[in-house]
Each structure stands twice: as C-alpha cells, then as structure tokens.
Design a protein around this ligand. Structure first.
Ligand SMILES: [Zn+2]
Length: 185
C-alpha cells in the first residue's frame, strides 16, 4: 500500500483510479444524502487533488460512484497559467446551456498520467448543481473554468480524455485556426 507522510490535519489521500479501471467507465449515481460522510469524501478528494497538482477531481477517480466533483483552478506546476478560483464542490451537476462555439485547449487527467490531449470544449456553459448542503446553485462559466467543468462532467458520464479525444466532433480541431493559450485540467 502506497503511503505518504502528510501534515496531521490533512485527511489520508485516496488512491486515484487509472484509465482502464471499471469505475471510470460507469455513469455516476445521483447523490441523495448531503451528510457528514459526503463532506468527508469531498475533503479527501480535495486533499488527493492538491497532492497530485490537479485543478479538478471527480468522485469516480477516487473509486466512488457518486455524481460529485471538485473544481479548484489555481496556478501550479502542472498548470502554470490556470486562473485562481476558490475550490467549488459540485454535486449532481447539469449543463443546461452550452455555447455553440467550441475552443481547443490542452488537457491532462490524473487518471491518464503523463499524457496531454487537445480537446474542443464549449467556450461558455450555463450549469446547475447542488452544494454540500444540497442547495441548488446556478452559474455561467467560461474559458478554463468551463473547460474544467466539462472535463469533470465527462467523468460522471464514464468518459475519460481517451474516449473524448476520439469523438467525431473533436475532428474539427484539426482544422481549427487557433488553439486556446491556457491549458486545462
Ligand atoms: Zn480527469
């Protein structure tokens, strides 16, 4: 078992599921219980994401089947150009509107170590989700943050970067004029 020496307050790190593991191919299940156990899972996910220098992490990536992810964009070694945002816990997310314009950008994934993919994502999205208290939130996201949301949302549908990069609409990327400067999760 892999062990890490961590400061006392940090919850134990969760092992990250790697591409090919069944959990990453499954549709996540709706969260109904907004309890201490859910908050604890979010805390552990957050610590595991930070330790791995991610800017987002979805529950299936830590072997949980729940429809939950964390977005936490900030510059680090893996994403030096990432914008700063306070971490957001996203439960039972829905994309209620997506802009027709797609933008290309580089993405990596904690479950696909050492690889980067150019992926087309909607430039802007309107989303709904619940917070850890179960309260519904609505937000409009653009650019890098919208990209993280779409990447993590994919995980909850059982889609990793490998499947996404092979989808027909991604072929447009080859003829795309410009690649977005910022990298993504
Ligand atoms: Zn990922």
């Amino acid at each position: 078992m892999f062990k890490h020496l961590m400061p006392k307050q940090t919850p134990p790190l969760l092992p990250i599921a790697l591409v090919g593991e069944a959990i990453l191919g499954q549709t996540a299940i709706t969260v109904h219980h907004f309890d201490a156990e859910l908050a604890h899972l979010a805390e552990q996910m957050s610590a595991s994401m930070e330790a791995a220098k991610g800017v987002g992490i979805a529950a299936p990536q830590v072997h949980s089947p729940l429809a939950l992810f964390i977005m936490a964009s900030r510059p680090n070694e893996r994403y030096p150009d990432a914008p700063n945002m306070a971490p957001v816990v996203v439960v039972n997310p829905q994309i209620i509107h997506a802009s027709s314009d797609l933008v290309g950008g580089e993405e990596g994934c904690l479950s696909v170590p050492g690889q980067r993919f150019n992926i087309l994502r909607h430039q802007a999205i309107e989303v709904r989700y619940q917070n850890l208290q179960g309260e519904w939130q609505q937000a409009e996201l653009t650019g890098f943050i919208a990209r993280i949301f779409q990447h993590e949302f994919d995980h909850l549908q059982g889609i990793t970067l490998l499947e996404r990069s092979r989808m027909p609409e991604q072929a447009q990327l080859i003829s795309a004029q410009s690649i977005e400067q910022g990298e993504a999760q």
